[in-house]
Design a protein around this ligand. Sequence first.
Ligand SMILES: NC(=O)c1ccc[n+]([C@@H]2O[C@H](COP(=O)([O-])OP(=O)(O)OC[C@H]3O[C@@H](n4cnc5c(N)ncnc54)[C@H](OP(=O)(O)O)[C@@H]3O)[C@@H](O)[C@H]2O)c1
Length: 246
Amino acid sequence: MHNAAFAARGINAAYLAFEVVDLEGCIKGVRSLGVKGLSVTIPFKQDVIPLLDDVDGLARDIGAVNTLVNEGGYLKGFNTDAMGALRALEEKTDLSGKRVVIAGAGGAARAIGYILKLQEMEIVIANRSQSRGMALSESLGCRFVNLKKLADIKADILINTTPVGMFPDVDECPIPQEALREGMVVMDVIYNPFKTKLLATAEARGCLIINGLPMFIYQGAEQFRLWTGLDAPVDVMTEVIKRELA
Ligand SMILES: NC(=O)c1ccc[n+]([C@@H]2O[C@H](COP(=O)([O-])OP(=O)(O)OC[C@H]3O[C@@H](n4cnc5c(N)ncnc54)[C@H](OP(=O)(O)O)[C@@H]3O)[C@@H](O)[C@H]2O)c1
């Protein structure tokens, strides 16, 4: 996706995957080699923070960094998952004054919860384990319900951030059917498959559905902007991702 974007904008850069065995050594290497930017993924999104020179305010609140920018040896961390999710939602629906239920309380839920809190939405966290669910709801200053009780909440928007329904377990659905009411907006952060069981069920019940692809592409587009200062060629990135995932 990023290599196609660099080519489309005529930028002489390459995006490569590295399996990191020593995070501190990796960050030293980034500084000494002059690597311009990085994506950071599981399991390093939290552990990388103390190794950086600066962390953007939103990423600090979320407690996770997924993007690094290297300005002449000065490393700054950002979280673009949050912006990706916001853009994916905003292009389909108006968020102001809406009640959103976020299923899950892990990294994706934290990123989405913090950015939606900034939109002054009413948020409810629904999670399987009480400990993690309560911890997130307390830091967001919002309500918590057990995932099994999710149908008790009348929400305008529901976002699944659990991995339930992801390939190969494509017949699983984390949300009780009764919680999916006609007219709701239902987003799943999973993008493999494109249409999860949750989204297929929600669509059949008259909900507007959003899959995990736009969030993924827009978080990458925001990374591209941070690294290059240019707007990302989103059409090119979308085409590549759809082709690769298919
Ligand atoms: N589209 C995108 O751009 C994008 C970006 C980031 C992540 N993602 C996707 O988001 C998903 C979650 O990632 P994450 O980093 O947030 O993971 P995570 O930190 O491990 O959190 C997973 C959450 O799902 C819950 N969960 C896991 N298995 C469950 C089950 N069988 N039943 C009910 N709840 C369950 C966990 O609940 P407990 O607290 O009870 O364990 C936890 O709240 C992954 O599928 C990932 O690929 C997509």
